[in-house]
Design a protein around this ligand. Structure first.
Ligand code: MF3
Ligand code: CO
Ligand code: CO
Length: 251
């Protein structure tokens, strides 16, 4: 069942989304060579607590940290650790999901560490562009599969692999709820998009194959099968009467 949020829930999701955006902007200023991902995690946790909020990832299905930090060939769900030090030329996706008054805002961005190779810079740009093309499909009358179709139509001719194992998702009081939002062409009709739905669009885009592996030891880290690099951007989006509203932006 896809929840339709009422006015007061939407207002709370606006606050959660705005705080998630503020947190991600705050973290972004610390991304540079020499910083380790545990430091970024701890900065996020301290900032979140200072504002009276909590981090949804911490303890979620056993996830051990407050944010996900995914470097280079890590697609998503990377676990922050002190041994993981950023260096010039890396890319890192930081994914934050604070709980504000019971409601969750979910957003991520891929940051460049210093200057990166042109091919990687283009991967990151094209990934962000694909997210926006997907989001532009969000309006009553369209269906959930229109989002992935638009993303796929842009990325596949450019030769990228679009991750299929992980998708966008409804979000609210629950971190992950219906609908699932594929970022690739499914050749199937999915649910109609209706006002009051809130879900994420978060394409994970690979320089090579779309296929991924899940880490056998930590059970979380998702990596590309061929070791090529991967980028991701994520927004939480509300469906309005006319179209959409991005919730994960600073107001
Ligand atoms: N924020 C991720 C998403 O976009 C979910 C992370 S689950 C966690 O859906 F447990 F790894 F935090
Ligand atoms: Co998400
Ligand atoms: Co996320």
């Amino acid at each position: 069942m896809i929840y339709i949020k009422n006015k007061s829930e939407i207002e709370k999701m606006r606050l959660a989304g705005a705080f998630a955006a503020k947190l991600l902007n705050y973290l972004g200023q610390f991304v540079k060579p020499g910083v380790n991902t545990l430091e970024l995690n701890d900065l996020a946790e301290a900032f979140t607590k200072k504002h009276g909020h909590r981090s949804a990832p911490l303890g979620y299905k056993g996830f051990p940290k407050s944010i996900c930090s995914s470097i280079n060939q890590v697609v998503c769900h990377g676990i922050p650790k002190k041994e993981e030090v950023l260096k010039e030329g890396d890319i890192i996706n930081l994914d934050v999901s604070p709980i504000v008054d019971g409601y969750i805002g979910d957003t991520s961005r891929t940051f460049l560490v210093g200057s990166v190779s042109p091919e990687i810079a283009k991967l990151v740009e094209d990934t962000e562009k694909s997210m926006w093309l997907g989001i532009e499909q969000i309006k009553p009358g369209n269906r959930i599969d229109d989002i992935g179709n638009a993303i796929d139509d842009y990325l596949t001719p450019l030769g990228y692999g679009i991750v299929r194992d992980l998708m966008g998702h409804g979000v609210g009081r629950n971190f992950h709820e219906e609908p699932q939002v594929p970022h690739f062409r499914m050749h199937r009709k999915l649910a109609k998009i209706e006002p009051g739905m809130i879900f994420t669009v978060e394409p994970m885009v690979n320089l090579g194959t779309w296929e991924v592996n899940f880490d056998k030891q930590d059970k979380w880290t998702v990596r590309t099968k061929d070791g090529k690099w991967s980028a991701q951007f994520e927004h939480t989006v509300l469906v309005t009467d006319k179209g959409y509203e991005i919730l994960t932006q600073e107001s």
